[in-house]
Design a binder for this molecule. Structure first.
Ligand SMILES: C[S@@+](CC[C@H](N)C(=O)[O-])C[C@H]1O[C@@H](n2cnc3c(N)ncnc32)[C@H](O)[C@@H]1O
Length: 240
């Protein structure tokens, strides 16, 4: 049996009771350690679950063979920060498990994709989501996505690159620097800076791109608003 369990966005307590019960029944517990960051230590998770939790890096999860083979005869949990399908990568493991006739249970949880709701921009009015990678010198896709979304009056959510095992996370300041350098926005374009959404000390700021400063709180994501309804405008005023 394979359990794919979302842990939510902040700390050990964001797991659902159903997810916790499943982990307690597991022989092997892996924590996917490359698409996001929790605001708690691994030892806090292990204490709550009463289980050893093994950090799983991208190659291990994307290859999937060990997890799938173990799931044939054992209960195995793969824990995913945020929601199970909030990153593009985990659907492949689900698909492979289905092909192998392995039973899979999924426990969803909050994701950055819905936590941005707190900003006050209508979730239904977001266009394509784009990721800004660290090696962005020759990267154009996020700029093209922004152009397309703006042309359709839609809001743009940018997910920012991270390498948790090296404690390396991109700041919104760097992301806006990239978009300005490519001419996708200008220094006076209003953007929404978000950090640690879903946590008690989350940050949302509505500022001109040129005045985005370092927050040193992670993870962060960036929003460039599209056409605004007056209710959305009123909400953004809260974050000035
Ligand atoms: C691959 S995505 C999301 C993965 C996760 N499974 C989920 O459902 O939220 C990871 C990126 O989302 C953004 N992100 C994730 N959690 C966040 C949070 N709590 N606050 C702000 N941005 C966040 C960051 O840009 C981060 O690099």
């Amino acid at each position: 049996m394979l359990y794919l369990i979302g842990l939510g966005l902040c700390n050990s307590k964001d797991i659902s009771l159903r997810g916790l019960e499943m982990i307690k029944s597991c022989d092997y517990v892996y924590l996917e350690n490359y698409t996001s960051k929790l605001d708690c230590k691994l030892s806090e998770l292990e204490e709550l679950y009463g289980k050893k939790v093994v950090l799983a890096e991208r190659e291990f999860v994307e290859d999937g063979q060990v997890i799938l083979d173990q799931s044939v005869e054992n209960n195995v949990a793969l824990l995913i920060i945020g929601d199970v399908f909030g990153a593009t990568t985990h659907i492949s493991l689900f698909k492979e498990a289905k092909f192998m006739d392995i039973n899979v249970e999924i426990v969803n949880n909050a994701s950055v994709l819905n936590a941005v709701g707190v900003v006050g921009l209508e979730l239904y009015k977001y266009g394509k989501v784009a990721s800004i990678p660290f090696g962005y010198a020759d990267v154009k896709v996020p700029c093209d996505v922004l152009k397309m979304n703006l042309a359709n009056g839609l809001h743009s959510l940018f997910l920012l690159d991270l390498v948790p095992k090296e404690n390396k996370y991109m700041e919104c300041k760097e992301a806006v620097g990239y978009l300005i350098s490519k001419g996708a926005i200008s220094a006076d374009t209003k953007v929404v800076v978000c950090a640690k959404l879903g946590c008690k000390d989350f940050v949302v700021k509505y500022v001109e791109a040129g005045s985005v400063s370092e927050l040193n709180l992670f993870p962060q994501c960036l929003i460039v608003p599209g056409d605004l309804h007056f209710v959305e405008e009123e909400m953004l005023e809260l974050w000035k």
